[in-house]
Design a protein around this ligand. Structure first.
Ligand code: AMP
Ligand code: ZN
Ligand code: ZN
Length: 336
């Protein structure tokens, strides 16, 4: 089957010579028509991620970058690469994991995060426990809100990340989104003609109001490359799915189709992702929220931000200011 022709494949034994050093190589990059040894594969990924950080002005020397780590393979792999890149670029990286309280999924995610933190030499780590800052974990938030799980969870995570980045003085928030997912969302949004959403799927989305810009250093890295990296380097990560995740058949079909196109015509996806990154400046920009939340001061489209509106519905009072205060004291514990 075509899907058995991944963009990148790791063999158990070397099958050819590394194009960089001639040593025995077991990593096949179909899209680049090349073989690499384990060490040069890591070097290659690291240089591409570093190149993205510089090319798109994601960070500059002296900046603090907040890295959001879920414990899944993508953000854990990014953390491992950034651990080596941070001193070279003289950037301070702080990794944050939000503990959502979703049973085994969250327990294992936290374990993977802790393992990544104990391996990292140049990254400081912090966790935000949702119950400590909000008084309840995500399953209760979802149940009480009666809204789709992913949208509520996304809103809460975005709010916490923005609050932490602002109180730490971070210049950007990095996430582990990789090319296959970003291109899947781009195609889906194209089909729905929600072109302004596509601007949020490139390497950088500019900040809105008091929120901090988002950067995606893995925007042109194949998911297969991340799989290969965690396998070759034995990087711990969670491989179970979020129990609240609803399967989107459209997204799955698009993702599979893109993989099939890539198998038929290697490197199509990486060329498209890079072309999209270049072309994004001509896309319609999403309107910036024009107001500030009357409770917490975060960007808002009406009088209140989405988080204060949500928490007012859940608890009877808007929790934004209280949550921001608690997140500020977490930020102090890292900067101290
Ligand atoms: P997902 O939507 O679950 O694929 O996550 C996308 C990105 O959001 C991940 O690569 C992380 O950078 C970030 N993220 C997701 N969940 C968490 C979490 N619980 N704590 C911190 N960052 C997260
Ligand atoms: Zn080599
Ligand atoms: Zn608010």
């Amino acid at each position: 089957m075509l899907l058995e022709a991944p963009a990148v494949k790791v063999f158990d034994e070397p099958r050819a010579k590394c194009v960089k050093c001639g040593a025995p190589a077991r990593i096949r990059l179909n899209y680049a028509n090349a073989w690499l040894c384990d060490a040069h594969f890591k070097e290659y990924l690291k240089e591409r991620v570093k190149g993205n950080l510089l090319k798109y002005n994601m960070v500059k020397g002296g900046d603090t970058l907040l890295l959001a780590v879920s414990g899944g393979k993508d953000s854990v792999a990014l953390m491992s690469l950034l651990d080596e890149i941070a001193p070279e670029l003289k950037v301070n990286v702080v990794a944050v994991h939000i503990v959502l309280g979703m049973g085994e999924f969250s327990d294992r995610s936290l374990e993977a995060f802790k393992a990544a933190c104990s391996r990292a030499r140049n990254i400081r780590c912090v966790t935000i426990d949702l119950k400590e800052v909000l008084g309840m974990y995500m399953p209760e938030v979802i149940r009480r809100s009666r809204r789709p799980a992913c949208s509520v969870c996304g809103l809460v995570k975005r709010y916490l990340l923005n609050a932490l980045a602002a109180s730490m003085g971070a210049s950007a928030i990095a996430t582990g989104h990789h090319m296959n997912d970003l291109m899947t969302y781009a195609v889906k949004n194209f089909l729905q003609q929600r072109l302004d959403n596509i601007t949020k799927l490139g390497p950088v989305s500019e900040s809105e109001g008091s929120a901090v810009k988002r950067v995606r250093p893995l925007y042109d890295i194949y998911e297969d490359e991340i799989r290969a990296f965690v396998k070759v380097y034995g990087v711990n990560h969670v491989d179970i799915e979020c129990p609240f995740k609803t399967r989107s058949t459209v997204e799955e079909a698009i993702k599979e189709s893109l993989n099939r196109i890539e198998a038929e015509s290697p490197s199509t996806l990486i060329s498209s992702a890079r072309a999209l990154a270049k072309g994004l400046s001509s896309y319609p920009r999403p309107a910036s929220p024009p107001n500030r939340c009357r409770y917490c001061g975060m960007p808002a489209s009406g009088d209140e931000c989405g988080f204060c509106r949500l928490t007012e519905r859940l608890t009877g009072s808007p929790m934004g200011p209280d949550v921001v205060r608690k997140v500020e004291s977490i930020a102090k514990s890292i900067t101290a």
